[in-house]
Design a protein around this ligand. Structure first.
Ligand SMILES: NC(=O)c1ccc[n+]([C@@H]2O[C@H](COP(=O)([O-])OP(=O)(O)OC[C@H]3O[C@@H](n4cnc5c(N)ncnc54)[C@H](OP(=O)(O)O)[C@@H]3O)[C@@H](O)[C@H]2O)c1
Length: 211
């Protein structure tokens, strides 16, 4: 199966490596073509660099938008007409860094990245929020844990997106655990009770249920 990854920075490169190690074919693009080209070369077989963001979606069933929250809308607008029927997976947290390097919140309290991104997508795109619930370092160290895989949370309102994101999460070496619909996205994001949590599937399901 082929997945597009737009954005090859901290989390995009970690997701790309995780998916490639599970056998996924990848089409990569980034603002800096060289960064996508280097990552594709490092991954080797199965990863190609696309000519641009729109080209990344060619032949892909899903796209991961591994972008800072502030550029997600402009990239969605750029690729909007290619998204019909596609599963759109978004790891973006609504945070940025100020001039001193401190974390700043980009949305009012109580509003989640997932709810806002859902409003930016064209009709026909199938959104799942996933792969942003832990730091890139935790994501790398927690993948392919044995004997029991670590859980990776996701939220979606779309059954088809749920099936596809579960497949991608398993491919990356985790057990998928649904935390609800897009309205629950804040639980996965920075400051959410399910963020940066490395637990097994049973504990993960129990935490979801506890709300
Ligand atoms: N890093 C983490 O540990 C982590 C963990 C969980 C969730 N997240 C979330 O994931 C999102 C991305 O974080 P990050 O740390 O990966 O950021 P990052 O390292 O800055 O990577 C962002 C990537 O997006 C690319 N990009 C920017 N504008 C673009 C455009 N118009 N078209 C295509 N690509 C574009 C950047 O390319 P250039 O470098 O050329 O600008 C860069 O490769 C954030 O919302 C963050 O909250 C991050």
């Amino acid at each position: 199966m082929t997945t597009a990854i737009i954005g090859t920075g901290g989390i995009g490169s970690a997701i790309a490596r995780g998916l490639a190690s599970g056998g996924e074919t990848l089409r990569l693009s980034s603002a800096d073509h060289e960064s996508a080209r280097k990552l594709a070369a490092e991954i080797g077989r199965g990863a190609v660099v696309a000519a641009g963001n729109r080209d990344a979606l060619r032949g892909a069933g899903a796209v991961v938008l591994a972008l800072r929250f502030g550029v997600v809308k402009s990239v969605i607008d750029e690729i909007a007409d290619t998204l019909t029927g596609k599963v759109v997976v978004v790891p973006s947290n609504p945070v940025g860094l100020d001039a001193q390097g401190n974390i700043t919140h980009l949305l009012p309290e109580g509003q989640s990245s997932g709810e806002v991104v859902a409003g930016w997508l064209p009709a026909g795109a199938r959104l799942a929020m996933a792969f942003g619930s832990m730091s890139a370092d935790l994501f790398k160290s927690a993948s392919n844990r044995s004997p029991q895989p670590a859980a990776l949370f996701y939220v979606t309102d779309d059954d088809r997106a749920g099936e596809e994101v579960e497949r991608l999460i398993r491919t990356a070496g985790f057990e998928p655990v649904k935390a609800g619909g897009i309205g629950q996205s804040g639980r996965l994001e920075v400051d959410g009770d399910l963020h940066d949590l490395v637990v097994g599937p049973a504990e993960a399901r129990s935490r979801v249920a506890r709300g």
